[in-house]
Design a protein around this ligand. Sequence first.
Ligand code: G3P
Ligand code: MG
Length: 251
Amino acid sequence: MSLRLPRPPWIVGHRGAAGEAPENTLASLALALEQGADMIEIDVQLTADGGLVVFHDESLERLAGSDLRTESVDRAALAALRVGSFGGQAIGIPGLGEAIAALPADCPLNIELKRQSAATARLAAGLVEQVEGRCQVLVSSFDWPLLEEVRRLGPTLPLALLIDDLNAPDAASSLVAAADRLEAWSIHVSAKAAEAALRGLASGPRPVICYTVNDAIRAQELFSWGVSGVFTDFPGRLRLALGLSPGPQFH
Ligand code: G3P
Ligand code: MG
């Protein structure tokens, strides 16, 4: 399976359109779609009872009005996470299935797996089961052993390695070796990375996408180094500032 995306540069909605809607909610996904994101990124974790939920933090502290505030997602039951409020608005944390159902089937979806203390095998199996047969899914993680397990269970699933510090010694070479081994589709790198390292990576065979970029001048600079896309909290605003077309129409 491969992803279908327009020609770069790509504008990827970070946690939906997190700058203008509560992050990782269905409202945020809908806004990212409306704003012409080429792909939408969400964070996904395993709950104590094996559910997959769309939520970034390990802790539930930011889930206001919930009795679960002091707990972590992977110690909570799926049903208990369904009600709460976030950023002052009443929401339920969406399940991964709900998020997938809310998006048009041809909209590329980047599922970033956050493992926290959950078992690798359980999370990988749950994920592969939920996305099997769906096109346009890209699974990424900072947790490369987790991606190895996803690859084992989903031999054709597009994968992306995430790296925070590309400037560390040997980081780029071990990243490329892992990407080759996993047959990764893309590499996702912090926009803090140095120019030479990003240029080197971008001259390789895989698209490089940088997070999190809300500034058009910075995005333009990254694209000029060969970076293919940026994760942004403001997909519509960034498209406009970069003079890009209104974005794809999904069905
Ligand atoms: O997937 C790119 C980016 O979302 C990684 O960092 O902390 O925002 O999930 P974070
Ligand atoms: Mg993320």
